[in-house]
Design a protein around this ligand. Structure first.
Ligand SMILES: Cc1ncc(COP(=O)(O)O)c(C=O)c1O
Length: 431
């Protein structure tokens, strides 16, 4: 697990772990400080490729990052573009025309499904969702429909769509006119859309990430698309987590050949270097923003530094054929992880599933997913919990994994499962 420590850029600035804990507690969040301790108290200071390095000289395989690190950390192509931009013109006046935004938009349009040709850049996924909600309103679609367990972020509009009352309840009232339907159930969607012809806007993920890697029945996206057409609803496909190759295809949309009215992109678009998200729309859906560029703005939208990262990320994915790598690596990891986990946990594990490099291990009851996350860290692997499901441990490895990394992951998973299964007492039945 250990390798030569990378020297952080500002070594002198880094407080020791106790001082850092104190700063977190007094300046950021007590709860976040406690979580950091629960996850081992490690202090991350550097990263490259699939590895994250901590201040004590340890190195971890990064299969977490909530889906951001598709290109790994500090991919050379992304870093080169961002570094060039940093030293020339990182933030624009927003009065003159600026090439990086136009080139990044063009690069993105060249890889999205045909028909989507207008781009609005933002910084976070939630901002992209807010933008889509506003686009929907400009088209008279004020009734939002999302899915149970779906995750779209935590700003007020996005939170209204995020199907988890735990996150919503402290902030009610949320956006009016919003409803949720069971994910994967086209008939339930039909029933809702039939009540609001011409007024609906449907937000859906091709695979639900934070709900715990929930894969819908084959044909579901096509049905959603057809229902949106039938009832005059706007179709927003949230590919913030699934897009850019994470699922082993450029987009989850590709698996069923659908073209939404609006496609949301985030996470991996940053190249893991500068936060950036995007809303890619048909010219029709984008009409209002085409006419009035001040209708929806944000100071740092399309900042050249972020645009350089987006261009770099798309180039890196193309140059290294990361979409194919995601598919191939995903199939291999799924097979091996499934075998390891079921061998150790038996009936206590409900399902090990995945598409591309988004994998979920679903347990029969809450508890083991969190415990396994902690145990995996001890074995040198960072994974994700699932914000909308306590049952599922999620792996979102980068597509730059080498064979030795895959071996490392599977061996670490084996050790972690063995240790965890030995300690685990199910509340019902036995392992
Ligand atoms: C599908 C999806 N949409 C939206 C978001 C929100 O993105 P952000 O956390 O960048 O606001 C996420 C984040 O996990 C996501 O997975």
């Amino acid at each position: 697990m250990t390798s030569a420590p990378i020297k952080p850029a500002v070594a002198g600035d880094i407080p020791d772990r106790h001082e850092l804990g104190r700063l977190y507690r007094s300046r950021l969040s007590k709860g976040r400080a406690t979580l950091g301790e629960l996850f081992g108290g490690h202090v991350e200071v550097a990263s490259e490729g699939a590895r994250v390095h901590t201040s004590d000289g340890r190195s971890f395989l990064n299969c977490g990052g909530y889906g951001v690190f598709l290109t790994g950390a500090r991919h050379p192509t992304v870093v080169r573009r961002v570094a060039e931009q940093l030293h020339t013109h990182p933030v624009a006046t927003r009065i003159f025309l600026e090439p990086q935004a136009a080139l990044a938009a063009d690069a993105l349009v060249s890889v999205v499904p045909e028909g989507l040709s207008r781009v609005h850049f933002a910084s976070s996924g939630a901002e992209a969702v807010e933008t889509a909600i506003k686009l929907a309103r400009t088209r008279g679609r004020t009734r939002l429909v999302a899915t149970d367990g779906g995750y779209h972020g935590k700003t007020m509009g996005a939170l209204s769509l995020t199907g988890k009352s735990l996150f919503q309840d402290p902030f009610r009232p949320l956006l009016p006119g919003t409803s949720h339907v069971p994910y994967g159930d086209a008939e339930a969607l039909r029933a809702v859309l039939a009540q609001i012809p011409g007024e609906g806007c449907v937000f859906v993920e091709p695979v639900q990430g934070e709900a715990g890697v929930v894969i819908p029945p084959i044909g579901y996206l096509r049905q959603v698309s057809d229902l949106c057409r039938e009832f005059g609803a706007l179709f927003v496909l949230d590919e913030i987590q699934t897009g850019l190759g994470r699922l082993g295809t450029w987009w989850g949309a590709d698996a069923e050949g659908v073209v939404p009215d609006v496609l949301l992109v985030g996470k991996g678009l940053s190249g893991g270097v500068v936060p950036v998200s995007a809303v890619v729309a048909t010219p029709e859906a984008f009409t209002a923003f085409d006419q009035d560029p001040y209708l929806h703005t944000s100071t740092f939208s399309g900042a050249p530094l972020a645009m350089a990262a987006a261009r770099g990320a798309i180039e890196a994915i193309q140059e290294d054929d990361l979409v194919t790598r995601s598919k191939v690596l995903g199939e291999q990891i799924l097979t091996e992880v499934r075998s390891v986990v079921t061998r150790h946990f038996g009936d206590a594990v409900r399902e090990v599933r995945g598409r591309g490099l988004m994998l979920g291990i679903e347990f029969a009851e809450p508890g083991p997913a969190g415990d396994l996350l902690i145990e995996l860290i001890q074995q040198g692997v960072i994974a994700n919990h699932s914000l909308n499901s306590h049952l599922v441990l999620r792996l979102t490895p980068p597509a730059v994994l080498q064979p030795a990394d895959v071996d490392f992951l599977c061996e670490a998973m084996d050790r972690a499962c063995r240790a965890q299964a030995a300690r685990y007492t199910p509340t019902s039945g036995g392992v």
